[in-house]
Design a protein around this ligand. Structure first.
Ligand code: ATP
Ligand code: MG
Length: 211
């Protein structure tokens, strides 16, 4: 394992922040920190996706770039780590396999939280083995600018009613930032300063990403 992240750390509650992170931005970081604080989480694991089934791989930057930017962005937070679990797995990435893998590593006593933005929760039933996934971990659905809060709350109620699941709603500081917008800005020569950590900004320019 090339990372400083020790998968055998003893931990009682872990939150997984899954994403393409192309690139990671302050919206991801502020969300993860809000969840960590609210649920007294021991460790947040940022999990860059390998080959996501719902994104056109041609448009996604190489996983090493996405992984390294995630490491740079999270390095200063003692509660944050980045896992290579998904990017090192061959084939299509399914969240259910990741959760089962983490359960094996950390044991049944560790409570797993899975963080998902309002947009991602909307598609949860298109995910592989969604029902099992809802049983295996506690979901935290967070608000995101541009996505209707009331609709999110309703979706959570429906999921709670129909499935045996633990799912929370959490309002996080509203940062209207998306990776898509950052990629467009770089392509068009517009600033990305204060939208991503400086280390990530420098990395993007150094490796000429998104141009
Ligand atoms: P893209 O535009 O490429 O889809 P993105 O900004 O949506 O990128 P992802 O890597 O797709 O970032 O998102 C990972 C997770 O973080 C998702 O659950 C998403 O909903 C959540 N998320 C992303 N940006 C924000 C934000 N600004 N506020 C709250 N949640 C966010
Ligand atoms: Mg997205």
């Amino acid at each position: 394992m090339r990372t400083v992240f020790n998968e055998l750390n003893v931990s009682n509650s872990i939150a997984i922040m899954g994403g393409t992170f192309d690139p990671i931005h302050y919206g991801h970081l502020v969300t993860a920190e809000a969840v960590r604080h609210k649920y007294n989480i021991n460790q947040v694991i940022f999990m860059p996706t390998g080959h996501p089934p719902h994104k056109n791989n041609k448009e996604v930057s190489h996983s090493e770039h996405r992984y390294l930017m995630s490491v740079l962005a999270t390095a200063a937070n003692p509660y944050f780590n980045v896992s290579r679990m998904e990017i090192d797995r061959k084939g299509t990435t399914y969240t259910i396999d990741t959760i089962k893998g983490l359960k094996e590593v950390y044991g049944e006593k560790t409570e797993l939280y899975f963080i998902t933005g309002a947009d991602a929760l909307h598609y949860i039933f298109t995910w592989k083995d969604a029902e099992e996934l809802l049983r295996l971990c506690t979901f935290v659905a967070v608000t995101r600018p541009g996505y209707n809060k009331e609709k999110l709350v309703k979706e959570i109620e429906i999921i709670k009613k129909n499935y045996e699941s633990k799912i929370h709603f959490l309002e996080v500081p509203a940062l209207s930032i998306s990776s898509t917008d950052i990629r467009n800005r770089v392509r068009e020569g517009r600033p990305i300063k204060y939208l991503v950590p400086e280390s990530v900004e420098n990395y993007i320019y150094k490796f000429k990403l998104y141009i």
